[in-house]
Design a protein around this ligand. Structure first.
Ligand code: ACO
Length: 323
């Protein structure tokens, strides 16, 4: 049975850190309010002239180095972003060029905060059906560029960053103890568009727009949808929630993460948290958290890792992988 194995992880965060206290000088907010409602203490913000493709390329280089694979092995780049460098071409082709990859295919996937799970699902299916052997899956964002920095209800929540994984097709027995992605599940429901969107775009306003959100309503949907999709994933592979070694959730809000972990009866020490330092980096948040926990040795070979995310669209999904 063919499985997509995670053979390398990498991440990159822009140098500049913006603390809650710094934001409190710009809008009517406080470190206390932001930390209590979201768990966020600081976020990284891209420098002038530093684009999504730059962050993505740095993360990709680190993932390839961890995988110990040459660029020439890559067949596919799938990049998840809601903040592309340009309207076209795909930011993935910018990364392809920067890496010096001259064959294969590179394209973007748009599912906002669920983007990395969607990109994993796409790449996993390419590998499983034999259309590619080695894929780079990237989540990269510069949300700082589409925030209304005068709107305290949204500007405190997001940050910039990128994370990447290298997937390689491997043959194995194919049961749940076998290394690789065991399942991916993705969903969307366009009826919830108005609860979270950017109020611009090339076809409508010819500008990128800024984030608009009804936070309280998004919050209510998040735990419900995440619980559903996690249940669906576990049921498919026939494993109980107690088999999960690590939950690597989308890092939108500490309260959403804790709520989802509680539903799974997972203790806090088995949940990877970066939201305090990175804030919500949209499609980058899951691979950033994964790379951190693999890099510091918490996630080890053989561990069962559950990744999940929910975001604008609404979109939501989960990926279950044996490392
Ligand atoms: N500082 C101080 N006060 C604020 C701030 C701020 N930064 N932002 C809003 N407030 C005020 C509001 O104006 C409101 O004041 P009022 O009562 O005088 O009208 C009050 O705080 C309460 O506002 P709510 O929006 O009801 O606050 P809530 O407790 O719901 O917290 C939050 C807001 C943190 C956005 C929460 O709803 C949330 O986390 N929602 C999830 C949204 C999310 O994470 N989205 C990310 C993308 S989707 C995803 O990734 C899952």
């Amino acid at each position: 049975m063919r499985r997509s194995q995670i053979v390398g992880c990498g991440s990159y965060l822009p140098e500049r850190i913006v603390t809650n206290d710094e934001l409190a000088k710009r809008v009517d907010t406080s470190d206390e309010w932001i930390a209590e409602r979201t768990g966020i203490r600081q976020r990284h913000v891209a420098a002038e002239g530093e684009f999504t493709s730059h962050l993505a390329t740095r993360a990709a280089e680190r993932a390839l180095a961890a995988a110990n694979l040459p660029i020439s092995d890559l067949d596919l780049i799938v990049l998840a972003t809601a903040t592309p460098d340009e309207t076209f071409p795909a930011t993935a082709t910018r990364v392809q060029q920067a890496l010096g990859m001259t064959r294969g295919a590179a394209f973007d996937v748009g599912a906002v905060c669920s983007g990395f799970i969607y990109a994993m699902a796409v790449a996993d299916n390419f590998l499983k059906c034999g259309q590619a052997k080695t894929a780079l899956v990237i989540g990269a964002e510069t949300f700082s560029r589409i925030l209304d920095w005068t709107d305290r209800s949204t500007c405190v929540l997001f940050g910039d960053g990128a994370g990447a994984v290298v997937l390689r097709a491997g043959e194995g027995v194919g049961d749940s103890t076998d290394r690789g992605i065991l399942t991916t599940k993705i969903h969307s429901d366009g009826r919830h568009h108005d609860l979270l969107f950017a109020n611009g775009g090339p076809s409508t306003t010819q500008t990128a727009g800024v984030v608009k959100m009804e936070g309280r309503k998004v919050f209510k949907h998040a735990i419900e949808k995440l619980t559903e999709v996690v249940g669906e994933s576990l049921a498919e592979v026939g494993l109980p929630a107690s088999a999960i070694d690590w939950l690597v959730p989308h890092q939108a809000n500490r309260r959403i993460i804790d709520g989802a972990a509680q539903k799974l009866a997972l203790p806090p020490e088995r949940v990877v948290i970066t939201v305090d330092r990175h804030a919500n980096t949209s499609a980058a948040s899951v691979p950033l958290a994964l790379a951190e926990a693999v890099g510091d040795g918490r996630i080890r070979p053989g561990h069962l890792v559950l990744m999940e995310a929910m975001g604008s669209g609404f979109t939501w999904g989960a990926a279950l992988a044996r490392m």
